[in-house]
Design a protein around this ligand. Structure first.
Ligand code: LCS
Length: 405
């Protein structure tokens, strides 16, 4: 390995949400909540960023741009940016798109907020699959659009789409947009071509736009490959693709993402309304990620494979009643712990205060997540081990107490 994913890096006092902002985000209104651990002794497995250093190739590119010393108004003018991104999508997913379809955004979340507004009329509805990343709901809600949920089905730890339910909901003429997570957060499903085709056919024949949020598409178990939704429907201009270097290369704070809008009218509306200036350091960093990040990315996937294997073995041994299948995608473990703990209102508070672990529970996702916790495994193995040990000790004693009482 050229890169060291075992390194433990101090993130405290860097204005990081993960270390410095968790109280406000997770325990709003209860910021004085006290835990038996000091803040920097908590094991943090919640927000979806990584505890690994951003690749040195990216940091060097930022340094090079810093050396130019002037940071005036900037946009992406250099054609090498598109070349870098489309080479990446070609190599990774055997797919590209015309240059003019590409716009950029400070993030996928702000893009979702904008796209909901541009695509939907005020009385229309947005369709999502649940459990869902909560910001899909927020993007609809912010635009006063009603949310319609189709629950994923689960069988033997494997999530599938309920096509009949999806079709019934897509048929509502007021449903005009589906925000689809490809691959899926939090379940980690890497959708097969056949599944994407079925969803696409349902949406398109019912005149429902699709935003395919593909932010997790580079975080797959080694050997697997991602299918961009739009690749399967080249004749349609109603599929918007969102991709970003933020999750893949751990640079969410640089606020730069790609939005591919094939529909000319929608793109023109975006270009008229969207605030178009960009952070020049982020442009340099993103281009470098796509140009020089491949080896780091391959090693990252290997390390994550190891973390998933470690977690699956640990759970089998120490929490045998937990239901967990290694996901095909994301660095997130979605674990059913309902045999150990159920009916608790504040599961994340319980884990923080009793186990000293910050994690997200099913209630932090939209619908259909009861009984689950989500662990972020993108951390050095030693931290992962400590986190899992604390979780097991807490759940086993909680369970023993329940049975005893
Ligand atoms: N879309 C999905 C599906 C995500 O999972 C996330 C981050 C974003 C968008 C955020 O995009 P950004 O605006 O940063 O470009 N997911 C997170 C999560 O599950 N916990 O913390 C962040």
């Amino acid at each position: 390995m050229k890169y060291n994913f075992d390194e433990i890096i101090d993130r405290k006092n860097t204005n990081s949400m993960n270390t410095d902002g968790f109280r406000e985000y997770m325990f709003k209104g209860r910021e004085n909540l006290s835990f038996p651990y000091k803040d920097d002794e908590l094991i943090r497995m919640w927000i979806a960023d990584m505890d690994f250093a951003t690749p040195p190739e990216i940091i060097e590119a930022i340094q090079k741009r810093l050396d130019r010393r002037i940071f005036g108004y900037s946009q992406v003018f250099d054609p090498n940016y598109y070349a870098a991104l489309s080479n990446w999508t070609e190599r990774m997913y055997d797919w590209t798109f015309p240059k003019e379809q590409l716009v950029t955004s400070p993030g996928i979340i702000p893009a979702l907020y904008e796209l909901c507004e541009y695509i939907c009329k005020p009385d229309e509805k947005v369709l999502i699959l649940t459990p869902s990343y909560a910001f899909f709901q927020s993007a609809a809600g912010f635009n006063n659009l009603e949310l319609v949920c189709s629950k994923l089905k689960i069988e033997n730890g494997h999530y599938t789409i309920d096509y009949d339910d999806l079709e019934a909901k897509a048929k509502d003429p007021k449903v005009t947009l589906c925000i689809f997570c490809n691959p899926h957060n939090p379940t980690g499903r890497l959708w097969k071509e056949e599944e994407l085709r079925k969803v696409g056919e349902i949406c398109l024949r019912n005149k429902v736009w699709i935003i395919s949020d593909e932010i997790h598409c580079d975080l797959l178990r080694s050997g697997l490959s991602h299918t961009p939704f739009a690749k399967l429907f080249p004749q349609s201009d109603r599929i918007v693709t969102c991709m970003a270097p933020s999750k893949t290369f751990n640079m969410a704070g640089l606020m730069f993402s790609n939005v591919i809008i094939p529909n000319q009218e929608l793109r023109e509306l975006w270009l008229r309304r969207h605030y178009s200036f960009k952070n020049p350091l982020s442009i340099a960093a993103t281009q470098a990620a796509y140009e020089h990040g491949q080896q780091w990315h391959q090693e990252l996937l290997k390390y994550l494979d190891g973390n998933f294997k470690f977690t699956a073995e640990f759970l089998r041994k120490h929490l045998p009643e937990a239901e967990f299948t290694i996901p095909e995608a994301t660095y997130l473990a979605w674990i059913n712990i309902s045999k150990y703990i159920s009916g608790e209102e504040d599961v994340k508070g319980l884990f923080a205060s009793q186990a000293g672990v910050l994690l997200e529970d099913g209630s932090m996702f939209v619908d259909n997540g009861q009984g689950y916790i989500r662990l972020n495994l993108a951390c050095p193995r030693a931290i992962l081990k400590e986190g899992l040990e604390r979780i097991a000790a807490f759940l086993n004693s909680y369970y023993a107490n329940l049975r005893f009482n």
